[in-house]
Design a binder for this molecule. Structure first.
Ligand SMILES: NC(=O)c1ccc[n+]([C@@H]2O[C@H](COP(=O)([O-])OP(=O)(O)OC[C@H]3O[C@@H](n4cnc5c(N)ncnc54)[C@H](O)[C@@H]3O)[C@@H](O)[C@H]2O)c1
Length: 270
């Protein structure tokens, strides 16, 4: 079915990284529903394939590791051989810290002890991965067609983490949100402004989407604590970001660049 109207993405070839994730997979569905050909890119090819199978017939899975230049160049070649062009890019791929020893998470996650390897791993995927993806996929957006890049940050790219969220019911701190995630997400917002200014003359628009936390089987205490911090009194559903990604990827946002679209249930507004 052809999709018409101001939100139509027909004839757009859109690359989504981290596309097999909680938010990425739902974004792929929205982009596909509005007519885009979606390159469903992820480290996890099998999961990307399963998602692509549920999308329109123009969409397909692609293996891509955003930290590896060669892998991104290969992914770009596959995409260009499928569609001949790239009109949009959604940089979702990101990691959260994984502490190997669960018994020492509280100690290890303290700023004073936070392992340098975790800092480097987080910055490598969450920030350098977006930089490389923009450079490699963005370079295929031509002056004639322009393009739209959406970098995905977070509430924690705008404000510092509220460490009290990570306390149990009795008030004991379970772990600390680490410094790397907010540092990377904050940097993404200004990297976006850099690139919007740099590529404005080529009609490539670059914006940041700042999502708030999605409910995803966290413990009840966390969900309650988080919900109270939002004006809407709840965590997000992945679908809460679908309209935004369709808007940012398409011509309906044609005069928007260098901006940050904050969708956080009001968390940062009071
Ligand atoms: N889920 C939330 O509550 C939330 C809140 C705010 C911001 N965000 C941001 O939204 C984006 C999507 O989040 P999500 O919840 O869908 O994450 P997720 O963890 O569910 O999915 C992330 C995906 O990225 C992939 N990935 C990891 N490393 C990769 C690499 N090197 N190359 C390619 N792919 C890689 C993973 O395989 C996974 O499919 C992220 O940038 C995240 O930081 C999420």
């Amino acid at each position: 079915m052809m999709h018409e109207g101001i939100f139509s993405l027909e004839n757009k070839s859109i690359v989504v990284t981290g596309a097999a994730g909680l938010i990425g997979s739902v974004q792929c569905k929205a982009l596909s529903d509005f007519g885009a050909s979606v390159a469903v890119c992820d480290l996890n090819y099998e999961a990307a394939k399963e998602i692509a199978d549920t999308l329109n017939e123009k969409s397909y899975p692609v293996y891509a590791d955003v930290t590896d230049t060669d892998s991104l160049i290969k992914a770009k070649e596959i995409i260009l051989s499928n569609t001949g062009r790239i009109n949009g890019l959604v940089n979702n791929a990101a990691i959260n810290d994984v502490f190997s020893d669960k018994s020492s998470v509280l100690e290890e996650s303290k700023f004073e002890n936070y392992p340098l390897e975790l800092w480097n791993a987080s910055i490598n995927v969450n920030l350098t991965g977006a930089f490389l993806s923009c450079r490699i996929f963005g370079s295929a957006m031509t002056e004639k067609n322009g393009g739209s890049i959406i970098n995905v940050a977070s509430t924690y790219g705008l404000v510092g983490p509220d460490q009290s969220l990570y306390k149990d019911k009795s008030g004991n701190q379970m772990f600390y949100k680490s410094p790397a995630y907010p540092a990377g997400k904050g940097a993404i917002i200004n990297f976006t402004r850099y690139l919007a200014a740099y590529w404005g003359s080529r009609n490539i628009r670059v914006n940041t989407l700042c999502p708030g936390g999605v409910e995803d089987s966290q413990d009840e205490n966390f969900i309650n604590n988080y919900s109270k911090r939002t004006m809407l009194g709840r965590m997000a559903k992945p679908e809460d970001y679908s309209g935004a990604v369709v808007f940012l990827a398409g011509d309906s946002s044609s005069y928007m660049t260098g901006a940050c679209l904050v969708i956080d249930g009001g968390w940062t507004a009071w």
